[in-house]
Design a protein around this ligand. Sequence first.
Ligand code: PLP
Length: 363
Amino acid sequence: MEAGRVYNFNPGPATLPLEVLKEAQAEFLNFNNSGMSILEISHRAPQYAAVHEKAKQDIKELMGLGDDYEVLFCQGGASQQFAMIPLNFATKEHPGSYVLSGSFAEKAYKEAEHLGVGEIVASSKETGYHHVPQQSELKIDRNAAYVHVCYNNTIYGTEYHYIPETNGVPLFADMSSDMLSRPIDFHKFDFIYAGVQKNLGPAGVVLVVAKKSLLENSPESLPTMFRYSTFYKKDSLYNTPPAFCIYMVGKVAAWIKSQGGLEEMARRNERKAKVVYDAIDSSNGFYRGHADKDSRSFMNVTFRLPSEELEKKFIAEALTHQLSGVKGHRSVGGMRASIYNAMPYEGAVALADFMEKFRKENA
Ligand code: PLP
């Protein structure tokens, strides 16, 4: 581990590849011989245009997508997408169908409900969001404008391990917390979005990767910045984009490519997750995982300890071992270890070793 740093298990903003941080640091004062920082340069400057274009190309290449898809850089967080999606695509006649698998899926649904254009087609809420609804639980409405899923549930630590079959209804996914963490057949999705501050960069930009056909014509009744067509037709440069965030996302995408792409990310992420889940499973019930085994997330590992006192002690002692950000979300309690692409294997091992030590001392 780099001197002075910790293993950062925060869910987002989250750990970034050290190489990327160092690269950004090295060129911080003079970006690409412009004599300016990337923070200071015009978004119309050719040096910035190259960054913008390369980030888009690398993301599409990593996802294996062609010319029928477009990459947009939006703002307002993934939370604003929760509202923009129904505003742009759903109507009373053709509502948005929502699969509830956790808090963010619910928040997305609530925005559509608020507009009177949302419906729930499956939910695992009644059973405490321990699993993501399986294909057999989905009641597909063929009349719907889209089916919306949250692919990785950051708070509950559950993730889809299948791609929903929607009988021709466009499939929309919030991939905020597992975007570019593993190869997926992205062609099966019509619209994907992700707040980048977990796996891809600093907070401030939302990545949208969608079929061009969905972006061409947005309702004219919407304000300019709420229409996807504005972002599409102006290449996400209608107004000043969050240039620094896009630059960082571009660097992270290039880093993923240099490491071996999504296959290599998946190999590393599965290896890390196994180490932490093994520490839970071999603890004789001292650690209790929140997620059902078939829905376990490779990105966010959630677990409880025998008492809240022990949980507080665990968090405090973890910090003394340079393990930061392991506290779970208040709605689930307990612990959450976020092990995104940039978390090194050694970080997962250090956490698992600490879990074992803590269990022996406190069981
Ligand atoms: N969706 C998921 C899966 C998330 O994990 C989060 C944030 O944690 C959000 C949406 C909300 O993102 P933002 O804070 O960018 O609005």
